[in-house]
Write a protein that binds this ligand. Structure first.
Ligand code: HEM
Length: 169
């Protein structure tokens, strides 16, 4: 297998899709902040809608590709401790990383669900083109919860990657 396909491009011997997802998680946060700036400061609701839908599709694609990659490699541990290479994580270190992954999964599983709810509600309840109205209260609650959940996914995902691949690299 090609070196980049096998170990990714960030230089930490992870996997291609893990590196793609880590990069996406870093880039998606400022993109999301920009979309919030558009709606809060610029009051450009249509552009906010377009950016949110684009972020949503990137998110769903990243999650799907990531899951596929994980299955291909036989799970995250097989990527950390690759066959034929020295063991990177075991004992207490492995238990710690496993615990970090559990915390990350709480965010990572709830985020796409919450995003689907927020997007479906917004598409159904706001007029076209979107303007503030009766759905604003609910959308603001769902919207901010989605933002916080995604940032949580990003931060805990990056901490996991750092602990599993960078520290041990
Ligand atoms: C998961 C995707 C989305 C997230 C995370 C999100 C997030 C937010 C947030 C946090 C606000 C409130 C900003 C404030 O406090 O003033 C907001 C406002 C708004 N969003 Fe979204 N949004 C999303 C998708 C959409 C979509 C798809 C539409 C249109 C169909 C839309 C239309 C609006 C409108 C019209 C407002 C203004 C509400 C008002 O100020 O009364 N949003 N959004």
């Amino acid at each position: 297998m090609n070196e980049v396909l096998k170990n990714g491009f960030l230089g930490y011997d992870a996997s291609l899709m893990l590196d793609v997802v880590v990069t996406a998680l870093v880039l998606i946060v400022p993109w999301l902040l920009y979309s919030l700036y558009l709606v809060k400061v610029k009051r450009n609701y249509l552009l906010h809608k377009k950016h949110q839908l684009a972020i949503f599709f990137v998110l769903i694609f990243a999650v799907g590709a990531f899951e596929f990659d994980m299955q291909m490699h036989g799970g995250w541990l097989a990527i950390v401790n690759k066959v034929g290479e020295p063991t990177r994580l075991d004992g207490e270190q492995l238990a710690f990383v496993r615990q970090m992954l559990r915390v990350h999964l709480v965010f990572a599983i709830s985020t796409p669900l919450l995003w689907i709810a927020t997007v479906v509600n917004a598409l159904l309840k706001f007029p076209k083109p979107p303007v503030p109205g009766a759905n604003s209260r609910l959308h603001k609650v769902l919207g901010w919860a989605s933002v916080i959940d995604l940032v949580g996914t990003s931060v805990t995902g990056l901490l996991f990657y750092y602990q599993a691949f960078v520290v041990t690299g």
